[in-house]
Design a protein around this ligand. Sequence first.
Ligand SMILES: Cc1cc2nc3c(=O)[nH]c(=O)nc-3n(C[C@H](O)[C@H](O)[C@H](O)COP(=O)(O)OP(=O)(O)OC[C@H]3O[C@@H](n4cnc5c(N)ncnc54)[C@H](O)[C@@H]3O)c2cc1C
Length: 481
Amino acid sequence: MLTSYDLAERGLSPQRTARSLEGASAEPYWLDDPDRPDPLPALAGDAAADLAVVGGGYAGLWTALMAKERDPGRRVILLEGRRVAWAASGRNGGFCEASLTHGDANGLKHLPGEAELLNRMGLENLDEIAKTVARYGIDCGFERTGTISVATEPHQVQWLEDEARAAGGDPDVVFLDRDAVRSELDSPLYLAGLWDRRHAALLHPARLAWGLQRACLAAGVEIHEHTPVRALAEDGDRVRLAVDGGTVTAARVALATNAFPSLLKRTRLYTVPVYDYALMTEPLTDGQLADLGWRNRQGISDLNNRFHYYRPTTDRDGRTRILFGGYDAVYHYGRSLKPGHDQRRETFERLSAHFAATFPQLGDVRFSHAWGGAIDTCSRFFSFFSTACGGKVAYSAGYTGLGVGATRFGANVMLDLLSGESTERTRLEMVRRKPIPFPPEPLAWAGVRLTTAAMIRADRRQGRRGPLLKVLDAVGMGFDS
Ligand SMILES: Cc1cc2nc3c(=O)[nH]c(=O)nc-3n(C[C@H](O)[C@H](O)[C@H](O)COP(=O)(O)OP(=O)(O)OC[C@H]3O[C@@H](n4cnc5c(N)ncnc54)[C@H](O)[C@@H]3O)c2cc1C
């Protein structure tokens, strides 16, 4: 049986879809901002630090900032291969969620003994992000509006009812029947919704990163952009990082390189880069906004294996757009990462058709920006940690499409690991146990293709998972964006 989105693709005119994407910029909307900070100088020559951080996304920025907050006297250098936030941290959906485990159900499946503790730590982490944003005056449009999971297929209504029951009367988790969900946001595809009011915020992703960058610089962190680290080696009681034309030696090193090849070769098989895509509409008119009725401005996602996520923005001039992303999750043979993968016409056309089916009342809305980016997918869908060089190097990755909030937690774990102390965080099974690695090629590619096909089939069979997905579930492996 076809899903609502399959039908949407069949029913829409290619001319309309092409028109909607005409002239769309390939730059991520969030980075196309006159307030983007000026480039910081590359490192010239040699340097020494107490802590060197590699990677200028959220994970690296949080690590550097919190290192200074813990000990203002230490010398911290952050090395970024290109520009701060050019990668996932500047091109994501801006859903900042409390979950550290890619959703409660996934946490319960992998770490049943720890799920409750991780929920508490995740909520604390989100609260701390809110406090940090306020403390440093980070102008990133942080709005704790929560998220609504929407049922777009009849069998999904029961899933939401079950989830609402499992929340055990939590006043912040509200089941919305068809009329109630459509009064929050009007779409003919919606059959029910579950509004979680507390565990998520929306924000402007790049502005969060730039605000963290500003806070780092004010705290004395030295940041060098256009400074790719080429190699890492232990050197007595220090670690040497080779950069073009120089060396950084540091007592401790935190690696926050996400989907990019790890400087620790042995961690490379734990992730595969998966491309995820998003569209941004042009600003909506007041009439269009009134037709949506989105007064509580929640983030939305649906419940298919191939799911969409979408949200309103607030532009500098007070106007609102809609970001609409997700659905396709694309893996390229050989863990390939290259700028050409950021654009994918067939995915943009598909998203445009799905958008039109979701909001037919908006008419011929056009998209001003269409972009993609790499996600560091690991087989359990949440972060893992590693140390090397006798504990002088810490590494974290594997956030799998839910790293806006969780990278702050990961940064704290890396700092704990580097301090050598046993903490509540370092004692977690989540931190001690690694996911099952993906196989080398050609098995990784074949496995991802087969799994994607099985997920599409499950979406078309009222969510029923076939034999391959059942086996993967049983061994604790999967593929997601
Ligand atoms: C399209 C898209 C939508 C998403 N939507 C959401 C969402 O709504 N909510 C959510 O929670 N998550 C989302 N994510 C995931 C989220 O963006 C990431 O989990 C998060 O940004 C990861 O941050 P990071 O610092 O680990 O990685 P990145 O932001 O990728 O930063 C890593 C940095 O390391 C640098 N680097 C790599 N190797 C080296 C080296 N050798 N030397 C120097 N520098 C190096 C890179 O240049 C890069 O800047 C999305 C991701 C994408 C791509």
